[in-house]
Design a protein around this ligand. Structure first.
Ligand SMILES: Cc1cc2nc3c(=O)[nH]c(=O)nc-3n(C[C@H](O)[C@H](O)[C@H](O)COP(=O)(O)OP(=O)(O)OC[C@H]3O[C@@H](n4cnc5c(N)ncnc54)[C@H](O)[C@@H]3O)c2cc1C
Length: 243
């Protein structure tokens, strides 16, 4: 095992998310029966309709579309942050049941700023990981049955994990607004941008204005603004938006 890079995939999603969201919205505002609503959603301009509904603040309709992501090469530090999002569902590789014993070094994530310091710094970081692996192995040998549940206490925030996470589109919009912002920490920010790239083509009318506050207008961060709104908007164009 060794250093890991972020890998995020879309495992599954609501098929035709925009149709589902449009149909749910029209249910609120139309006298049509379900068959009529479904037919209308098949032939109507759902994108324009969804834009109007979401712009009005009627965001609950976006909860009917959900997206399941697989992510690996992410740190336990990221895990602590992403699981703060209470409306998501999570399954996480267990450090109790998946032992790291005997490895030269467990899977880990190296922060880019340490990597950028060059080979010596990278070697130092790797040696630190190896030291913690040695501590882990010692406890595995000393503790006997179910040792992993306690040996893991000496593993660092850098230890890599694997997560399956499901969010609905409303929660994704919220997640993107917080975590694609330059004020978010680098690892969860990169993850959020990758997730955004995966979902945007599937429901463009839902996600076309996704991103930090500056994606939709002036920066919302006040004195804490990164001052890079133009750069963020350029990134949105390059990494997702087509207009
Ligand atoms: C830049 C940044 C820095 C941060 N720094 C810290 C920090 O230093 N310390 C720290 O502890 N956390 C920190 N956080 C985490 C932050 O406080 C939130 O826990 C995290 O962003 C999840 O956001 P949320 O609660 O809005 O989202 P979710 O849990 O995804 O919830 C979505 C929305 O649902 C609603 N909601 C959910 N649960 C409830 C509820 N129980 N009652 C009422 N409404 C609810 C809210 O409107 C909420 O915004 C930071 C986050 C960011 C982006």
């Amino acid at each position: 095992m060794a250093e890991r890079q972020l890998n995020v995939t879309l495992i599954a999603h609501t098929p035709d998310a925009e149709k589902v969201i449009a149909m749910a919205s029209r249910t609120c505002y139309s006298a049509m029966d379900l068959e009529g609503l479904s037919r209308k959603a098949d032939r109507a301009n759902n994108a324009a309709y969804i834009r109007g509904v979401l712009a009005s603040g009627h965001l609950s309709v976006a909860e009917h579309a959900s997206f399941t992501f697989g992510m690996e090469g992410v740190s336990r530090t990221l895990l602590a942050q992403i699981t703060r999002h209470r409306l998501a569902s999570f399954s996480v590789q267990s450090q109790r049941y998946v032992s790291q014993e005997g490895e030269e070094v467990f899977d880990f994530v190296m922060p880019p700023r340490i990597r950028a310091l060059g080979p010596k710094a990278q070697e130092r970081f790797l040696a630190q990981m190896a030291t913690m692996q040695a501590w882990y192995n010692e406890w595995m040998q000393d503790l006997g049955q179910d040792a992993a549940e306690d040996a893991r206490f000496v593993l660092p925030g850098a230890a890599a994990t694997r997560i399956v996470m499901t969010m609905n589109a409303r929660e994704l919009l919220h997640f993107f607004s917080l975590r694609m912002c330059n004020r978010a920490q680098w690892e969860i920010r990169e993850l959020a941008w990758r997730m955004y790239e995966l979902v945007l083509p599937l429901a463009p009318a839902v996600f076309e204005n996704a991103g930090p506050g500056c994606a939709r207008g002036a920066c919302t961060e006040g004195k804490r603004s990164c001052g890079k709104a133009d750069e963020v908007r350029r990134n949105l164009k390059e990494r997702g938006r087509t207009e």
